[in-house]
Ligand binder design. Structure first.
Ligand SMILES: *Cc1c(COP(=O)(O)O)cnc(C)c1O
Length: 464
């Protein structure tokens, strides 16, 4: 087959980088190796395949395209219009949405955009507090959302479950214009219908930020908020395995009237993304979102979503078998949050594990006496390991390794102490595991007739 333009310049680009800027080339190459050889159990990590990466690097990036398909302010937008429309159509199909805006640069911007489209400074918003598992953009005092609006919060009960009673009490007491749900460290199912019922009671809109669970929602493995919430936002790089960027989606309320009664909700979002909040869209990223949505529509993604969920369940179960307290009693998604043994804080544990090639993050647990910088818990996630084709056996091994490291780590005046031979041993196991289950872009195409396990075959198919 004749080499395409894209293949030629991508290859040339890599060669040029290598020869003209070896310093940067080396950084990129080493980062790639780091990803390949470490076991990422970071809940917010995903992973792109080679086709998404290539799309992000396409020459379509050169087009300035303010506006929307068919309504641009510049000439030369024929193909970016087609790419954006493809991303919109596929995203609608993936999530069963009536309206999608594919231009938001990131989920934080998407959330700010929804707020700007509805609210005036000083209006009240009700979101999950940051230290209970909400996101910065859900009204944290450190974020614009907490400075521009009067933010009130809700949180978890003593069992670590969303306190819907408190949410309703806060809504009745403060009469927010917007209720925000969606979390960063919650491992159980979110009852979006229940939150909508509270919103209807007080006349509020609902924003569901499903950044963390968007893949499970897309695959039908977690209830969808598309029709329960007025607005749904998600980033495209965590569980959707696409490029950095975000989506704003609306379901059955797309044609409902906005706050002033003159425009529909989809109209106010359309003009809030551009021109209110953003300028020209990242057209290459939008093209890559189209590619990512295309992958989500493949039957193999449904299998991946199921594996993400079952792998997280295995992580939680194995931790419990070893005596660790799993917050919320288990998991319904990709997240597992657990309490560290006494004497070990999250900062020390995270660093000790990274030293051994295992990536996790420290996280506060309900009622934590430690601050976020140290924290008493660790948060694990199964997205990236599942993308690599790992299954139950590998999750069992992961917990065995984590348990070994935690049991042998001693806090030592701000640092930690860990036996060097033990570190070596765990590192070796991690490297072996990672080589057996490569990232999709590192997986070699299987030769015909090779006996391979079905989940690996599927990953290879995804990688092509
Ligand atoms: C990660 C995350 C975000 C932020 O996403 P960006 O695209 O990095 O801005 C927003 N909301 C939630 C719930 C998240 O987990």
């Amino acid at each position: 087959m004749k080499q395409s333009h894209i293949e030629r310049y991508l290859a040339k680009g890599i060669q040029t980088l290598r020869h003209e800027d070896p310093e940067l080339f080396d950084i990129l190459e080493r980062e790639h190796e780091r990803q390949s050889e470490s076991l990422s159990l970071i809940a917010s990590s995903g992973g792109t395949d080679a086709s998404v990466l290539a799309t992000v690097g396409a020459t379509i990036v050169n087009v300035t395209a303010e506006g929307y398909p068919g309504k641009r302010y510049h000439a030369g937008c024929r193909f970016v219009d087609m790419a954006e429309q493809l991303a919109i159509d596929r995203a609608k199909k993936v999530f069963g949405a009536q309206y999608v805006n594919v231009q938001p640069h990131c989920a934080s911007f998407a959330n700010h955009t929804v707020m700007q489209s509805l609210l005036s400074p000083g209006d009240t918003i009700l979101g999950m507090s940051l230290d209970q598992g909400g996101h910065l953009t859900h009204g944290s005092p450190a974020n614009l959302s907490g400075k521009l609006y009067k933010a009130v919060g809700y949180g978890l009960d003593s069992k670590g479950l969303i306190d819907y009673g408190q949410l309703r009490e806060q809504a009745l007491a403060h009469r927010p214009k917007l209720i925000i749900c969606g979390t960063t460290s919650y491992s159980r199912v979110i009852d979006f219908d229940r939150i909508r019922a509270v919103a209807d009671e007080v006349g509020a809109y609902v924003l569901a930020d499903i950044t963390h669970i968007a893949g499970l929602v897309a695959a039908g493995v977690h209830p969808s908020p598309i029709n329960a919430a007025h607005f749904t936002t998600t980033c495209t790089f965590k569980q959707l395995f696409g490029p950095r960027g975000a989506l704003i989606l609306i379901g059955r309320d797309a044609e409902s009237k906005g706050p002033d009664g003159s425009k529909t909700l989809s109209q106010i979002i359309q003009s809030a993304v551009f021109p209110l909040m953003q300028g020209s869209p990242e057209v290459h990223t939008i093209a890559a979102k189209a590619r990512a949505m295309g992958r989500l529509l493949e039957p193999s993604f449904r299998e991946l979503a199921h594996r993400i969920k079952s792998n997280a369940a295995t992580l939680a179960h194995e931790l419990q078998l070893r005596g660790y307290e799993v917050i919320g009693g288990g998991t319904d998604n990709h997240i597992v949050l657990f309490r560290l043994p006494a004497g070990l804080n999250g900062e020390v544990a995270t660093r000790a594990l990274e030293h051994c090639g295992i990536l996790v993050n420290k996280n506060k647990i309900p009622g934590d006496f430690r601050g976020a910088a140290t924290a008493s818990g660790l948060r694990l996630g199964s997205n990236t390991a599942s993308l690599r084709g790992m299954g139950k056996e590998q999750m069992h091994l992961a917990i065995e390794l984590i348990d070994t490291v935690l049991r042998h780590t001693r806090s030592d005046q701000g640092g930690f102490e860990l036996d060097e031979s033990l570190r070596h041993q765990v590192n070796g196991s991690v490297r072996e595991l990672c080589r057996a289950y490569p990232m999709p872009y590192d997986a070699l195409p299987q030769r015909h007739g090779d006996a391979i396990e079905s989940h690996q075959a599927e990953e290879v198919a995804l990688a092509r």
